[in-house]
Design a protein around this ligand. Structure first.
Ligand SMILES: [Ca+2]
Ligand SMILES: [Ca+2]
Length: 236
C-alpha cells in the first residue's frame, strides 16, 4: 500500500499509518491552512464558520483511529465550539451546517428542518457555549450527534460543573471505529468522553460505507480562535 509510511502491531492487529497533510483537506468558509500542520477553522471574530474535509473518504467496513490536537480558544466565555463529522450528505465536499450554536454542523431546532445542516451524518461536538435550544448544560461539554442536529440529551463534562475547554491549550482528540463491534470510541486528553455501538453503515448511511470526514466550527456573537493540528491516521 503506497500510502502507508510504516506498520506497527496493535494487539493482534497490524495498523497502517496514513500520512496526514494539510493540503489534503478541502477547506470552506473561514478555514485556512496555517502552514504549521494546523488548520484554522475560525478566527477570533463574531459570526465565522469554517470547515475542513479530508479529500480521501474513510471506509466504515475497516478499522480506523484518527488523532488530532484541537484548540478551542482562550476565553471561557467565548463560543461556539468544534465538531468532528462523518457524513454522506448529497452535497459531498460542499456540505455545511448553520453558524453560531450549530457549529457549522447542525440546524437551529431539532424538529425544524429549515436552514443548513449536514445529513446523513454523525458528529462529536466539543461545545463551549450554553444554548438552551440545544439542551446544553452551562459548562463546556462533549456530545454525540446525529443527522444534523446539535440537540442532545447526554453529554460528557468529566462530572465538573466548571469543565472548560477554552483554556488556551491544545487538547488531544482520538476517535476509533471498530467495524466488527460497531463500536465508536472518542477520547479527549486520554479520557473516554464517548462510547457507543451502532451499525453506522446501515442505520445512518443507508448502506454506504465510503464517507467524508473532517471538522466544522463556527462562532456567533461570542467567539474564539479555533483550530486543529495533524497527528495520526491509522488503518488496519
Ligand atoms: Ca468554556
Ligand atoms: Ca452550544
Amino acid at each position: 500500500m503506497k500510502c502507508c509510511i510504516f506498520l506497527m502491531t496493535f494487539g493482534l492487529t497490524i495498523l497502517a499509518f496514513m500520512p496526514l497533510q494539510a493540503q489534503d483537506f478541502a477547506l470552506m468558509g473561514t478555514a485556512t491552512d496555517l502552514k504549521n500542520d494546523c488548520i484554522l477553522l475560525t478566527p477570533d471574530k463574531p459570526y465565522q464558520e469554517g470547515l475542513a474535509y479530508h479529500r480521501r473518504k474513510i471506509d466504515l467496513n475497516q478499522f480506523f483511529e484518527i488523532e488530532f490536537d484541537v484548540y478551542f480558544g482562550d476565553k471561557d466565555e467565548g463560543a461556539d465550539g468544534i465538531t468532528f463529522v462523518i457524513h454522506n450528505d448529497p452535497r459531498g465536499y460542499g456540505a455545511y451546517g448553520t453558524w453560531g450554536e450549530c457549529m457549522g454542523y447542525g440546524r437551529w431546532r431539532k424538529n425544524s428542518f429549515y436552514g443548513d445542516y449536514i445529513a446523513p451524518s454523525i458528529a462529536i461536538e466539543f461545545d463551549t457555549y450554553q444554548n438552551l435550544s440545544q439542551n446544553d448544560p452551562p459548562q463546556d461539554h462533549i456530545a454525540y450527534l446525529e443527522n444534523g442536529t446539535n440537540y442532545h440529551t447526554t453529554y460528557f463534562d468529566n462530572n465538573d460543573e466548571n469543565f472548560n475547554l477554552e483554556d488556551d491549550r491544545l487538547h488531544a482528540f482520538r476517535l476509533r471505529w471498530n467495524p466488527e463491534l460497531h463500536l465508536l470510541s472518542v477520547y479527549l486528553d486520554e479520557m473516554l468522553v464517548y462510547e457507543g455501538t451502532k451499525d453506522l453503515i446501515n442505520e445512518i448511511f443507508k448502506g454506504e460505507s465510503q464517507v467524508i470526514w473532517g471538522f466544522t466550527a463556527s462562532t456567533g456573537r461570542k467567539h474564539n480562535k479555533q483550530y486543529f493540528c495533524l497527528r495520526r491516521w491509522a488503518k488496519r
